[in-house]
Design a protein around this ligand. Sequence first.
Ligand SMILES: [Zn+2]
Length: 124
Amino acid sequence: MAEEPDDRFKAIIVNMILDSQPEAALEALSRRYRVDTPRLGVGVFKRHSKGVRAVYAPDRKEILAAKREFLYDPFVILHEFYHHIRSAGGKHRGTEKNADRFAVEYIRAFNRVVALLGESNKHD
Ligand SMILES: [Zn+2]
């Protein structure tokens, strides 16, 4: 895997997803991690029980969200993207804990950058 992206990159990715551009975010992420860009869709899936917001289908390299609104949820998109980069040969890899950790790290980086921007915008 490529070296760890910096906070700025992570913040931009989270911002893109919040800004309703999850496809652009996935393209940028895929370039960064040197993987094919996963497809993104909304649909019905039977795996798991209710309450699951999205799944990753390694055979189709597709992130499938249960509802359109989940496409704009950075945690959901980043969690599933982690499964995408950890998948090889159509096999589902990477633990849920690690997928959560990956997503949380991006969101924390976004929050750090937002906090810094807030500081620099302060007037006295
Ligand atoms: Zn998962």
